[in-house]
Design a protein around this ligand. Structure first.
Ligand code: ZN
Length: 510
């Protein structure tokens, strides 16, 4: 055994613990009766603590030192060298985060989330305010522990998207707004209701379920190494590439809910299922900062895959030209008067709305920018928690031309801040940008890709994504992955081109 092998064996065991944590989380969110919450919370806390103590132990330090000495001078670009650097970085950061701070955040989280849920229900921001203030203070402490050069937000986003900073994000946001706001204005000016409301009818859940299985299998989700279940908040989680769980949510009066959530989560699942088998139980399939077994390069990179399959493929005209017949076969009465084009238009209608999770492709990123800008200003101390409802509503007016009638549909709508998840929102926009860049690169490298997709042959695209993105696990950063296929890092231009092309066509704009 070499020193590197010794470290790898140690990491493999730690990785097993992270997969067990994932198993408990999957069960909690997809299967567990509500009454199990308290005991599951204890189990998760105990196992997390145990895992962290193993990761930051002197044993890890000794193994790391020896492995670094052994491969010093070897190819700095190799998977081994990359795995080692990532393990070292995470080790140093985890050592700097005091156990006491982790404990205080973990203790406040569930209580804060419960108060938030009640406050949202009662439209009572004042009730949630003290908890948000405490969570903000804890996040500032966390940012100091992680460390940053310019902005505390840089430390927090590092947990999800290494390499991203507040300054760089603000530049990306400015470019996005300059493209999206005028497009939205032109769309809103001509938008009109569709001839009839497709969702007025009831769509039985058993048939929806069969469709979700069919569509996710069609794009390549491997059911021999995965499952599709239902969950109130759809998610994907994996316990190695050979056991990947996805979930969706069913609504008898809103068919697109289950279909697009299933395609979205299957997009996450395809990433995990196509990671190189050799990376199983290694540093390149674990997020050591989040103590989370995950193979995607970052949270943003994971959203790239889910959004690519959900939106660029799943909401395309070609997709429904081909597969609308499947829907109609399952729902002949409900869809009797509809055709593929009407369905395509119904699932792509653009309208400014109050709620992020219901937003269309054009307005979605505006919801994200609003949140990220507020987080940055809160962390800087430029704005106060007390003023959040007014600030939120003013930004909604600026970006979407809407005034939330209450805080329930405004500043209280998302759960993230209640459990302290600062720095996470931009990953959705990073994913959207990356999806457009990746698909543009795929089209440039495979001239007949559009024809293959139009025929329902998704395998070549999946193989290309596997070769260039999925198989590498966490070896490369978002920017590195994109540079390898397109010659440049994250760039919003292809996303703006995609939105312009699609919605100019859909709305008959020039
Ligand atoms: Zn997602």
């Amino acid at each position: 055994m070499t020193a590197y092998d010794d470290l790898a064996a140690h990491i493999a065991e730690y990785h097993d613990l992270l997969c067990i944590l994932n198993t408990l989380k999957w069960d909690m969110r997809a299967m567990m009766p509500a009454a199990g919450a308290a005991s599951r919370g204890n189990q998760l806390a105990t196992l997390s603590k145990l895992a962290k103590s193993i990761f930051i132990s002197d044993e890890t330090a000794g193994l790391l030192d020896a492995a670094e000495a052994e491969i010093a001078g070897a190819d700095a670009d190799s998977y081994q060298a990359r795995a080692l650097r990532q393990t070292r970085d995470a080790y140093e950061i985890q050592r700097r985060i005091p156990a006491d701070l982790v404990g205080r955040m973990a203790a406040l989280g569930p209580e804060s989330e419960a108060v938030w849920a009640q406050a949202k229900n009662d439209n009572d921001f004042a009730r949630f305010k003290p908890y948000l203030k405490r969570m903000l203070a804890l996040n500032l402490e966390l940012a100091e522990a992680i460390g940053y050069d310019d902005h505390p937000f840089d430390a927090l986003i590092r947990q999800f998207e290494p390499g991203m900073t507040a300054a760089r994000l603000l530049g990306i946001f400015a470019e996005l707004k300059a493209g999206i706001l005028p497009l939205l204005e032109r769309v809103v000016a001509v938008d009109a209701p569709l001839p009839f409301d497709l969702w007025a009818a009831e769509y039985d859940l058993a048939s929806q379920k069969k469709l979700c299985h069919e569509l996710t299998a069609l794009i390549g989700f491997d059911f021999a190494r995965g499952r599709l279940d239902s969950a109130p908040h759809p998610f994907e989680i994996s316990f190695t590439r050979d056991d990947v769980r996805i979930t969706t949510r069913y609504d008898a009066n809103y068919l697109p809910m289950s279909l697009f959530a299933a395609l979205h989560e299957a997009g996450h699942g395809l990433y995990e299922q196509n990671i190189a088998p050799g990376l199983t139980r290694t540093a390149l399939t674990a997020d050591f900062l989040g103590q989370y077994a995950v193979g995607g390069a970052s949270f943003g990179a994971h959203e790239f895959s889910s959004r690519l399959w959900e939106n660029q493929i799943g909401r395309s005209r070609e997709f429904w030209r081909l597969h609308f017949a499947r829907l109609k076969a399952r729902f002949p009465q409900q869809l009797a008067a509809a055709d593929a084009e009407l369905f395509y238009r119904a699932v792509n209608r653009v309208r400014p709305s109050l709620i992020r999770v219901e937003a269309d492709e054009v307005t979605y990123n505006l919801h994200i920018m609003l949140r990220a800008e507020i987080e940055m200003a809160l962390l800087e101390g430029a704005i106060a928690v007390d003023d959040l409802p007014e600030i939120w509503n003013a930004k909604m007016q600026d970006y979407l031309g809407l005034k939330p009638p209450d805080d329930r549909r405004g500043v209280l709508q998302d759960v993230h801040w209640s459990f302290g998840g600062f720095g996470n929102f931009p990953c959705y926009t990073i994913g959207n940008i990356m999806a457009a860049q990746a698909l543009a690169a795929a089209q440039a490298q495979m001239p007949n890709l559009a024809a293959m997709l139009a025929e329902g042959d998704y395998q070549p695209l999946l193989a290309w994504l596997t070769e260039n993105f999925y198989r590498h696990g966490r070896a490369y950063s978002t920017d590195e992955l994109l540079t390898r296929v397109s010659g440049e890092g994250l760039n919003p231009a292809p996303l703006l081109n995609y939105l312009e092309r699609k919605y100019n066509d859909l709305y008959g704009l020039s």
